[in-house]
Ligand binder design. Structure first.
Ligand SMILES: NC(=O)c1ccc[n+]([C@@H]2O[C@H](COP(=O)([O-])OP(=O)(O)OC[C@H]3O[C@@H](n4cnc5c(N)ncnc54)[C@H](OP(=O)(O)O)[C@@H]3O)[C@@H](O)[C@H]2O)c1
Length: 382
């Protein structure tokens, strides 16, 4: 009889937890018994896994059992407290929160990029931030071929990344605006999200003294750890847009070694987990690629002339990525400092390196609230 794995999902009722269940079913992950944990308020609710009813168990320390795998998505506080408890009982914990990502003893793994790091785990394997994942999948082949020195990325992040209640808040706002009624009281987003764009991720305590947000610094630090190269400078601007599912990114990449646009596209075409859409009518949009696992790359082009190599791109993908086996690639480092650039194909990173000051933000954060639209809301519902 084929081996099966006793599996726990912690945060099973959330946007990510439900995606875990969907992935387990879709990929025919060989689960044996599944135990679904959530907060105590969800205790007793029933969800289905592979057609079988599973009652939600309210999470408490004394209810931690022995599992083969435990998938965590209940926030970083819960992961900090409970992931070690599950690991001590023998589970391999795959944690979707930010709790363990930058912990030196915890591998941070994207299967297409650094699958070999999985074997360094001591019970917990961290899963990166969703915007980082889709970016590094496309950066990896370019880095291997031409050594990326800098990435400048702007994100267009879907609401699903802020959780199930954020999606509800968005839908309620859209409904209220369409019905021309008073906007409902906000509990998730600090400002209106319907028909708007917010350069503030996460919703609370986003801004750091260096001018970046928490989400942006995750992209900076996680990229270095996953790619195994602390010298890559990353400059992100993360923006939440009123799209339900599937993040997009515009990426500008500078490389040390000369790399033509055609070469970059050729590399991306061969890269695991990447799909290149070259014809304008095929350029990916979030609505069209939502639910797919790959990173879709479109609108690759040469950027303006500059002394450094630079490629930019556009790549939407979904957050339902899961494991896939990928052979690791050897890195060809480049000795020369040649310049190349492409256009629109990926995400960019920019650097909060020790040597350089972070760049000025000139895009969304500097946008004037004056203009034709309504005044931005001040935080509370109207
Ligand atoms: N790595 C990635 O790509 C990625 C993407 C999106 C989100 N995330 C991370 O995943 C986590 C969950 O995100 P989400 O969007 O799924 O959020 P969500 O929709 O708000 O769901 C939160 C889940 O956590 C559970 N929970 C809350 N408090 C709990 C407690 N005290 N004990 C046990 N369970 C508790 C909730 O249960 P109830 O329903 O009972 O409240 C729910 O199942 C966050 O850490 C987020 O940052 C990661």
């Amino acid at each position: 009889m084929a081996k099966t794995y006793r599996t726990a999902i912690v945060g099973a009722t959330g946007a990510v937890g439900l995606k875990f269940i969907e992935c387990i079913e879709k990929r025919k992950f060989p689960v044996g018994e599944v135990v679904l944990y959530a907060s105590e308020k969800s205790e007793g609710k029933v969800l289905h896994v592979n057609g079988k009813p599973c009652r939600i168990v309210g999470l408490r320390p004394e209810r931690v059992e022995k599992f083969d795998f435990a998938f965590f998505s209940a926030g970083s506080g819960i992961s900090k407290q409970y992931a070690p408890l599950f690991a001590q009982k023998g589970a391999v914990v795959i944690d979707n929160s930010s709790a363990w990502r930058m912990d030196a003893g915890t591998p941070l793994v994207v299967p297409e990029v650094n699958p070999q790091d999985i074997w360094k785990h001591k019970g917990i394997i961290a899963n990166p931030n969703c915007s980082t994942i889709q970016m590094v999948v496309a950066l990896k082949p370019l880095h291997d071929a031409a050594r990326i020195t800098r990435v400048v990325v702007s994100t267009y992040q879907a609401i699903s990344g802020a959780g199930g209640r954020a999606l509800e808040e968005f839908e309620n706002e859209v409904h209220a605006m369409e019905m021309k009624t008073t906007l409902p009281k906000r509990t998730i987003f600090p400002r209106q999200i319907a028909f708007n764009a917010l350069a503030q991720i996460p919703q609370k305590d986003a801004f750091l003294p260096n001018g970046y947000t928490n989400e942006e610094m995750k992209m900076v630090e996680e990229t270095k750890k996953i790619m195994g190269d602390p010298s890559i400078r990353v400059s992100p601007t993360c923006v939440r847009i009123p799209v339900k599912n599937c993040h997009s990114e515009s990426v500008n990449v500078e490389t040390q070694k000369k790399l033509t646009a055609a070469e970059a596209v050729a590399l991306l075409k061969k890269a695991p987990g990447v799909r290149v859409c070259e014809r304008p009518e095929d350029f990916p949009t979030p609505a069209e690629v939502s639910g797919m696992d790959d990173t879709y790359v479109g609108r690759s082009a040469r950027t303006g002339r500059c002394p450094m190599a630079s490629t930019s791109g556009w790549w939407p993908t979904t957050s339902s990525r899961g494991p896939r086996s990928t052979p690791s690639r050897s890195r060809k480092s480049s000795p020369r400092n040649k310049s190349v650039r492409y256009g629109r194909t990926g995400s960019a990173a920019g650097g909060a390196s020790k040597r350089r000051r972070p760049p000025l933000f000139l895009s969304f954060r500097a946008a004037s609230p004056r203009g034709r639209g309504r005044r931005p809301a001040t935080g509370k519902g109207r």
